[in-house]
Ligand binder design. Structure first.
Ligand SMILES: Nc1ncnc2c1ncn2[C@@H]1O[C@H](COP(=O)(O)OP(=O)(O)O)[C@@H](O)[C@H]1O
Ligand SMILES: [Mg+2]
Length: 352
């Protein structure tokens, strides 16, 4: 069965990782076997979820509530580990994989390739689907990328790894050093250095060998993203409003046949609970002037908080005016770092 896939997008710092974790909790509460792929969790959230860069397999998150029949697991995406595992899966032999992984250009290129982070997130998604152990996979997206970039990254990597490009770089005509006469080639070899020259040629040759399979893998990922069980959510701060980037993103999703689940307006101020009126009469022994000042200051707070909440409510309404769903997550005092805080957020996320 194809698992349900939830992807949280948005600009850095808005709460993508927090929202992804909250989606994970929401689905686990509903009884699903869930895995959340986090990318850059804040330290305390990473601790709460038990994820670390040294573990590349999903770890179970203790939910400390026997009434929950679903399970929550989490894993942190490590780009380098993902590239290595992809090379191992796709290379024609273990020997070829080893040579590529130990090639000195491999590390630099695999982490610097534009879109490499986003591409690996999608690759990991593919691997988790293949495991068949999950009802729901929640995918957080990289900090620096906006939603558009995230969707375009696989295309970009696919183009870079295109067999024809790689063959042209390494090809029989001399590739990267094409057009050079034997003498010039010898000179280039001496100038760049024999080892460097050979390593670059070997690296490109090996990439060329795996590129065809990368392309095939990519097509499967595209199909998965366009399935009805996938939904992308755009996390925003409520006052941000709907801007051109959002419109472009939603349009890109539509073009690709990907379902837009709606906006997640994060850190929304909620209506404060009513508080008892302060007694204007000071208790015995308390300075009446000081008491009166405190009563005035504290007495004004609920009204200020209510105005803030009303402001956010209107902003959320404006966000929804385009016809898309808006899910409001409250500001959790002190930060959303614990499973119990995530449960508070989870209650507000869309029903399954
Ligand atoms: N609803 C919330 N209430 C309180 N703190 C939040 C909330 N959402 C996010 N945060 C905090 O904001 C910071 C950034 O959130 P994070 O999810 O890491 O953003 P992103 O992944 O978009 O960069 C974190 O410290 C997180 O705990
Ligand atoms: Mg993040």
């Amino acid at each position: 069965m194809t698992p349900q896939v939830v992807v949280t997008c948005g600009v850095g710092g808005v709460g993508k990782t927090t929202t992804a974790a909250a989606f994970g909790v929401a689905h686990a509460l509903a009884g699903a076997r869930v895995v959340v792929v986090t990318i850059d969790p804040a330290r305390r959230l990473a601790d709460a979820l038990g994820v670390s860069l040294t573990s590349h397999t999903p770890e179970r998150v203790p939910l400390d509530d026997p009434s929950i029949c679903g399970t929550l697991s989490a894993v942190m995406l490590d780009r380098k580990a993902m590239w290595d595992s992809m090379v191992r899966t796709l290379a024609p032999s273990a020997d070829a994989a080893d040579r590529l992984i130990h090639n000195r250009y491999y590390r630099a290129v695999s982490t610097r390739l534009t879109g490499s982070h986003e591409y690996m997130a999608v690759e990991l998604l593919h691997a988790l689907v293949a495991e068949g152990a999950w009802d729901v996979i929640v995918l957080d997206t990289p900090p620096a990328s906006n939603a558009e970039e995230f969707l375009r990254a696989p295309d970009r990597v696919r183009r870079l790894l295109d067999r024809r490009v790689l063959e042209a770089l390494t090809g029989s005509a001399g590739g990267l050093f094409g057009g050079a006469t034997r003498k010039a080639l010898g000179l280039a070899r001496r100038l760049i250095g024999e080892r460097v020259f050979d390593d670059i040629q070997e690296f490109l040759g090996l990439l060329s060998a795996i590129s065809e399979q990368v392309v095939a893998h990519n097509a499967a990922i595209d199909k998965l993203l366009a399935s009805r069980s996938t939904a992308f959510y755009l996390v925003v701060t409520v006052n941000h409003g709907r801007d051109d980037d959002d419109a472009r993103f939603i349009e890109t999703l539509r073009e690709r046949g990907i379902r837009f689940g709606g906006f997640v307006a994060n850190r929304v101020h909620e209506q404060p609970p009513p508080i008892q009126r302060f007694d204007p009469h000071p208790p015995p022994g308390v300075d009446p002037a000081a008491w009166a000042q405190w009563v005035t200051v504290l007495g004004a707070l609920p009204a200020a908080a209510a105005r803030e909440a009303e402001h956010d409510r209107r902003a959320a309404e404006r966000l929804a005016s385009g016809g898309d769903s808006v899910w409001c997550l409250p500001e959790v005092p002190g930060g959303a770092h614990s499973v119990s805080a995530l449960r508070r957020l989870a209650e507000r996320l869309p029903p399954r």
